[in-house]
Design a protein around this ligand. Structure first.
Ligand SMILES: C[S@@+](CC[C@H](N)C(=O)[O-])C[C@H]1O[C@@H](n2cnc3c(N)ncnc32)[C@H](O)[C@@H]1O
Length: 208
């Protein structure tokens, strides 16, 4: 099957990414993990032509919808890869090369025995800490109270690596996502948070 110009075929490259080769420039790079149908990336890439975006989505159906939607826009500062986000963070992202990581409305896995499947867990934050530039950001939103509390806990445990930052509800960089709009329509509240990578402390180098 022919790939769209915004798709990255994992088999066509050898990790890690070389960002300047991938985008043809040296602009800062931002990641969205679990980008679903790509609404956030479409808006972010349109508003910020001087930033390169990479969307990672595991589910084939959503991945294809995101690629189709974004290919039509003609935006050149976006790429997509169908892959597992932790694997990409572990093997593909060069240290200290990412400006911001976005994770919006991650699957909540409400049953306790499934909590180990949460994408936001200590392993991910260790990899995020390694991949972010000093003062880079991790941005997250969820509608799920229990998962929101678990995310706060994980970040508190990683307090030497990340500091919490304020994020006003009407801030122009709180962009819509499919799930944000879905929950807004039914009047469900969401929790949005920003964390800043503290300079200095090294993150973990590889997944254990
Ligand atoms: C609830 S949806 C939210 C989609 C989008 N971020 C939004 O806000 O509309 C969560 C998405 O994360 C994807 N996902 C879950 N775990 C993942 C992983 N380990 N790697 C890549 N994608 C993942 C799912 O396939 C799903 O599309």
């Amino acid at each position: 099957m022919l790939l769209s110009s915004i798709e990255i075929a994992p088999t066509a490259l050898v990790p890690p990414f070389n960002w300047s080769e991938l985008y043809g420039n040296n602009h800062p790079v931002e990641l969205e993990l679990g980008c679903g149908k790509g609404m956030f990336l479409k808006e972010a890439a349109r508003l910020n032509p001087g930033v390169n975006y990479l969307g990672i989505e595991r589910a084939g159906r959503y991945y294809r919808q995101a690629v189709t939607r974004l290919t039509r826009t003609g935006l050149t500062n976006i790429r997509f890869m169908q892959a597992d986000a932790l694997d990409v963070m572990d093997r593909w992202i060069p240290p200290q090369s990412i400006q911001t990581i976005h994770v919006y409305f991650p699957d909540p896995w409400p049953k306790k025995r499934h909590h180990k499947r949460h994408i936001i867990r200590p392993e991910l934050l260790a990899l995020a800490a390694r991949s972010l530039v000093d003062n880079g950001e991790f941005r997250v939103a969820t509608d799920h109270g229990v998962y929101g509390a678990a995310i706060r806990n994980v970040f508190s445990e990683c307090a030497p690596l990340f500091a919490s930052l304020p994020w006003q509800e009407d801030s122009p960089d709180r962009l819509p996502t499919n799930y944000a709009l879905k929950w807004q329509r039914v009047g469900r509240t969401s929790w949005w948070a920003r964390f800043q990578r503290r300079p200095g402390e090294p993150g973990r180098t590889r997944l254990a």
